[in-house]
Each structure stands twice: as C-alpha cells, then as structure tokens.
Design a protein around this ligand. Structure first.
Ligand code: ADP
Ligand code: MG
Length: 743
C-alpha cells in the first residue's frame, strides 16, 4: 500500500478528506485529525434484516423500511416558524402496497436528497398524522436501487445539518481505507484484550464503521467503551496515588480534649454506622496524608454528629475546621444545631462558655460588614475552632491561622473546583470530608468520585418513625379535599405541615425550574396523540406565591398561621420564616425545595408535594425525609395531575413503594439522562465521556477499575504501557483544560 493512503491517528483530517470537508467537520465537531474522526462512532446501525413492509408498520414503534420517493413537497408551517418537508414514499419491498408520508421539520438537506424516484432506507418511529401513518424525522440512507440494499448494516452517525450522517459515512470510509495495525498501536494492553475478548484497535475501527453484521459493530463499540472506562479509571487511580503522596498534618486528637467532653454529653448512643464511619475518619485524620472521604447517608442518618466528632478531634489537635453548606439557610441551621449540640463547649472564650471550649462562628455573604470583619479576625487569629458558612468561605479575604479539616455538606451542590479552592486555604493540604444525603450508586461513585474514599451510614438512628407515602390524584376532587383535610388534621394534632410547590411565581425563571427534564426523545413532530395524554389538560405548575395566598384565604385553615419560604426571599425573611416554623408558630409552610436539604424540624409530620411529577426520584425522597424526624410517624402525599398509567407516574409510584434510598438512587439513575447523572459540575471528565454510559455500562466500569488498580500496583505501573499512558495523560490534560475554563 503506498504511503499516501496510510493515515496515522494524528494525520490532519484535510489530508484524508480535503480542505472543505475538514473545515465543516471541524466546525461541527471540533475534530482535527483522522484519529478524531475515527472515534466518532455510529449511534446505531440500520440493518437490512430489520426491514418492515409499509402495510405492516407497527404503530408507535420504531421501524426501518426501504422505499422509493413518490412526491416531495416543502411548505411553510402555519402555526410555528419554519418549513415542513413532506415526502411520500412507496414500498419497494412488498408489492407496492400502501404509501407512507415522512415529515421533516426544516429538512432542507432532506429535500435535496429525497427527490422523487430516489430509493432510500428510512428509519424512525411510526406515528399517525391527520389519520395517516407517518414517520416523523426519520433517519435515512440513500440507496442506488432497492435491490442494491447492501447486505451490510448502514452506520448512522451523530450528525449536524451541515455534516449529515451520509457525508460522515463517506469521509470515514476514506480515512478507514488508510487504517492499518502498524499505524494504530493499541492503547489497551494485549493481556486485557485477551482477558475481555476484545478486538484489537485497527480491527475494531473497521468493525465499528463498516461491520458485516450489527452484532459485530456493537461488539466493536463495546471495545471502545471498555477503552474509555480504562482510561478514566487509570486517570482516577493516578489521582488517588498522587493525592496519597501529598503531605498533610496528622490530627491525632487528644485523650482529654473537647471531643471526650462532647461524647460524655451526647444524649444518645451512636448507631453502628456512625461508630464505624467515626473510626474510619478518625484513622484518616491521624495520618500524615490528606483525608479525602465521602460520608454518605440518608437524610436523618446523623451525618452531622459524625462530622462534628471529626472536627473536634482536629480542634483537639490544635487546628481549625470549616464547614461549608450550599445555602445560607443551611449554614444558619448548621450553626444553630452545632452550637446547640456543643452547648458551653461551643462558647469558648465567652463569659458563659466552658474554659476548655472552642468558638463556633457563622460567616455568610449577607452578614453586616462589621460582624463579618469580627469573624474574619477570629478565624485569622485561630480563636475560632469551627467556622460555618456558604461559599463566602471561599472568598479571598478569608484567612485561617491553621486550617486542619474542611467539611463540605451536601456535596452535589458544589463543584470539584470549589472544594479545591477551600482546600488550598491550608498551609499543607487540610483533610477533607464531603457529606452527601443523596445515596450514590457504586457505579457513579467510582466514576465521578473515583478519588474519594467512602463511608456510608446505612441505618437511621432508632426511634425514627416510618414515613408513609401516597399518591394523590389532583384531577379528582375527593383527593384534593382529603389532602387539605389531612393538613388541617395534622395541625390540629399540634403538628406542622410542609406544602411544597415546584415554582415560586408564574413566570418561570431558572432558579425555580425543576431540575429534572424528562427526555421525550425531542422529536419536533412527536406523536403525542399516541401517548393518550394530550387531551388531559395539565394546569400550570403550582407556585409558592399562589398557594400561599390560597391556603391563607381558605376557611378550612382559619386560625392557622401560614408561612412562606423560597430562594428569592431576602436572607432575613428566610431566617424569619424558618424560625417561625421551627418554633411551631407557623402551622403550614408553603415553600419550594429550599427545604430539600438539611432542614430539621422535629414537629413536622406531614408533607404535601404539589405537582410531584416535576421532581426527580432522589429529590422526592430527600424532600420527604424532612418529616417524621421527631419520633412521630410522618406522612407524605405526592400530588399529581398525571393520570394512572402515565410514564412519569412510575417515578412517583417507585417513591411511594420504598424508603430505601439506595434502591431509589438506582431508579433515579435509570431515569435520568446521562448528563444529569454526573452533573457537569461534579464530574471529573464528563465532557470527554464519548460512548461510555455510567448506567448502562456499569459492569464495564467496574471491570476497568479492577484492571486499572492491577496495572498501577504491578511492576512498572502505567509506564509499562506507553500507549495507554499517553492516552490517559492527554485525557487528563483535556480534562484539566475544561476544568480551568469552568472555573
Ligand atoms: P443528616 O444530616 O444525616 O440528615 P442529622 O445529622 O441532621 O442527619 O441528624 C438528624 C437528627 O438525628 C438530629 O436531630 C440528630 O441529633 C439525631 N441523631 C443523630 N444521631 C443519632 C443517634 N445515634 N441516635 C438518635 N438520634 C440521633
Ligand atoms: Mg444534614
């Protein structure tokens, strides 16, 4: 083979496909080299073996047909902006039975491709439009004639309007012709390929882009998934190893210190989980390597006590600690509850304090400047042992005399970079404890948090009453009445009630949008009629402001004080609303999900979540954890307009069916789109995950983690595998780049 047709992974793309194509591919995907393009994998394959006749098209399902274009008509749409292309086709497979319409929204490219007489393979979901079958936005591949329907599967690529799948197929074919094993050394070591029976790189590239069967193409894809998982796990393993080489000050604690005094005063016995987590953390702190640990446990599992014990051990060692919470409300609550738990021990240096005590301070952005300054001084002088705050703790003018431990609460609200900023405030790396109430399935933990050790609190402290959860059908007036009656009854029993709404006001804003976007497939002309839901009117989402008005005005609730809490209120108002509810003066609190995390009002026994379908599984679970905290049984109503059988109702049914947070985390994971799983802010390298999917590929990820640990632990480490090392390092570089740009 002459040299000119052999392309290396880093051969510029233009050498293979010409300037014009290279420019458009670069614009569309950012690719520069042949290697980049070859790693643009088909989303799926069209298989001749799956062909269906028009007359047998399954309504509501995906189907693939070969057909000839009969008419093609582009027209302006009446009710929305844009053009609609309608193409009618005739079956070429059967005896030309029946015709079918295809619709393309703004299908300019399709209009060119699909002139009458053209034969193509089409694939899409079969729907009904104006009483006739149609395929909306089908994918297609042009064929010479129907007989020519190649026996090979046709790869369908992620494409753009400028660079359609068709064009990508042609370019990939050009590049692929120059791929041989010599030019493409395999980053996956041979022994691992053998272990998992994976094809070698050059062969896999051919197989993924031009497979003989769909199965072969999918097998090749699996190889690349594994490769991606291995690179990710190697990077994480290196990061762990690197962190382990950092020096830190050991904080051994003392025998007769504040920790001991605190434990003597604890009004309850620790749960076995708290004891174990405590031992793990205590041992970490006593080492001269920075602790980097995630403490996960359900709402109410008692993470705060565990964190506080760790803080006291560090204070006994002569250093300071910081606790960072995601919101001011939470910071204030932590401040209140930690001060309360410590009692005189938390008022060291004050008149009514214990002489052996330490000082607890609150630092938030909304504090008056003078008070802020006092706190800053105490933190800088070392007088403050525990400083609690929001991200205000990260600002440049916060100096610590000796920062020994950083505790981050509700970690999913913070990005990796923020943790790192706070960590940088110690002279040596301080120890770090991250707390989260969202149980993280192991797969996600080892992907997104692969550099953290994990402690889990599996059980709740005894004496916690169960929470019963029910669905309430808002479209049924009897349910609505029962719902309000229940709220009244709870208040009459001397308890308190949360009423949670998905929005603050009518105008949607980013802040009060529910974070869960349900993926409906995103087809512009989807066949909503088929789902049987479009004729049921869904009122706009309940808002805090409107519900507050309505509840306050209802006769049923006369004599009950109603409060309101949401993120757009001023800090003072928020604090007032919270304290009104905490003291029991407020019987019903209408709020957004600001109460989602950390709020702890023991007397609250009932929660009604309006339009519960707006929320994700984990979020609902977390929300309901706010009730039944004081030994009184809790009740949670998930109120929804969705009719039985609606797919989104399944989520609610799952929440009603179990209180096992780990089980629900798995449900949640399966429901969410991939991007939401890792969350752009918390994943180490989300941007670079190409075909690996955390949920689907959990086995692959687990296997790769074991392999990565093996490599790191064996002689020569990763250096013994130069191709792999190069890939890992370029991955880490890109990751770091993205990381810096985000900050
Ligand atoms: P989390 O932060 O994990 O949601 P908290 O730390 O706020 O939970 O604890 C919830 C409540 O349980 C607090 O009122 C706390 O004092 C109490 N608590 C913690 N540990 C125990 C225990 N071992 N026994 C009884 N109550 C406990
Ligand atoms: Mg908490």
């Amino acid at each position: 083979m002459p040299d000119s047709t052999s392309f290396c992974p880093d051969t510029p793309l233009r050498n293979a496909v010409g300037d014009k194509s290279a420019v458009s591919v670069h614009k569309a995907f950012g690719y520069e080299t042949c290697g980049d393009l070859l790693h643009h994998f088909p989303r799926r394959y069209l298989d001749v073996g799956e062909l269906t006749r028009i007359e047998e098209l399954p309504l509501g399902e995906a189907a693939t047909i070969v057909a000839r274009v009969v008419t093609s008509e582009q027209r302006r749409m009446q009710r929305r902006k844009g053009m609609l292309l309608q193409v009618t086709v005739e079956d070429e497979l059967g005896q030309a039975h029946g015709r079918l319409t295809m619709t393309f929204f703004n299908g300019y490219k399709a209009a060119k491709d699909l002139a009458p007489g053209t034969v193509a393979m089409f694939s899409g979901k079969v729907g009904i439009y104006r009483h006739a079958l149609q395929l909306a936005q089908p994918e297609y591949a042009l064929l010479e004639t129907a007989d020519d329907a190649e026996p090979r599967p046709i790869p369908i690529y992620p494409a753009t309007a400028a660079v359609p799948s068709q064009a990508l197929r042609a370019m990939v074919a050009m590049v692929l012709a120059g791929v041989d094993a010599g030019a493409y050394p395999d980053p996956v070591p041979g022994f691992l390929r053998a272990k998992h029976q994976l094809p070698e790189l050059a062969r896999a590239l051919h197989a993924v882009h031009a497979p003989e069967t769909v199965a072969q193409g999918e097998a090749a894809k699996n190889r690349f998934r594994y490769e991606e998982a291995l690179v990710l796990q190697m990077a994480l393993a290196e990061r762990r190893a690197h962190r382990f080489r950092q020096p830190a000050t050991a904080r051994v604690g003392g025998v007769d210190g504040i920790l001991n005094r605190f434990e003597d005063s604890l009004p309850f016995t620790l749960t076995p989980g708290q004891v174990t987590a405590g031992l793990e953390i205590s041992a970490d702190l006593a080492r001269d390597r920075p602790m980097n640990r995630l403490l996960q446990g359900e709402v109410g599992s008692g993470k705060t006590v565990v964190a506080l014990r760790a803080m006291l051990q560090v204070i006994d060692s002569g250093a300071q600690t910081a606790l960072m919470a995601p919101t001011e409300v939470l910071a204030q609550q932590h401040y209140a509850s930690i001060s309360r738990m410590l009692g005189p021990l938390g008022r060291g240096g004050q008149l009514d304090g214990d002489p052996d005590g330490t000082r607890v301070d609150l630092l938030t952005g909304s504090m008056p400047a003078a008070r802020r300054k006092e706190v800053l001084l105490r933190v800088a002088s070392g007088e403050t042992g525990i400083v609690i705050g929001t991200h205000a703790l990260l600002s440049e003018n916060v100096f610590f005399a000796e920062l020994g431990l950083v505790v981050v609460d509700e970690q999913h609200r913070f990005g990796v970079e923020q943790r790192d900023t706070l960590r940088a405030k110690g002279k040596l790396q301080p120890h770090m404890l991250v707390m989260t109430a969202t149980p993280i399935p192991r797969t996600v933990a080892i992907t997104a948090f692969g550099d953290l050790e994990i402690s889990s609190l599996a059980e709740l402290p005894s004496g916690r009453a169960p929470i019963s959860t029910y669905l309430a059908n808002l479209y049924d007036e009897r349910y609505r009445e029962r719902m309000f009656a229940l709220m009244r009854e709870e208040v009459d029993k001397g308890h308190q009630v949360y009423l949670v709404c998905p929005r603050i006001t009518e105008q949607a804003s980013e802040e009060d949008m529910s974070p869960l976007a349900v993926d409906d497939g995103g087809e512009p002309l989807s066949t909503g009629q088929l789902a049987g839901t479009s004729d049921i009117p869904t009122p706009s989402k309940a808002t805090v402001e409107e519900m507050f008005e309505r509840i306050s005005a209802m006769d049923l609730f006369s004599g009950i004080r109603v409060g309101m809490l949401h993120g757009r209120m001023a800090a003072e108002q928020k604090a007032e609303a919270m304290s009104g509810f905490e003291s029991g003066e407020t019987g019903i609190l209408v709020s957004t999900t600001v109460i989602e995390v950390g709020v702890d009002v023991h007397n609250a026994t009932a929660m009604v979540i309006l339009d519960a379908d707006s929320f994700g599984v984990s979020q609902l679970h977390q929300l309901r954890g706010r009730v039944g905290r004081g030994g009184l049984p809790g009740i949670c109503l998930l109120a929804t307009w969705l009719p039985p059988g609606h797919p989104s109702r399944r989520r609610l049914e799952a929440v009603a069916a179990t209180t096992d947070g780990f089980e629900l985390a798995e449900v949640d994971l399966a429901e969410r789109r991939e991007g939401d799983v890792l969350g752009s802010r918390q994943s180490g390298g989300q941007n670079t995950l190409k075909i690996l999917r955390v949920v689907r590929d959990r086995r692959v990820i687990e296997a790769a983690r074991i392999d990565a640990e093996d490599i790191v632990a064996s002689i020569g480490g990763m250096a013994a595998h130069p191709e792999l090392r190069q890939l890992v390092h370029s991955w880490v570089d890109e990751d770091m780049q993205a990381f810096l740009e985000r900050g």
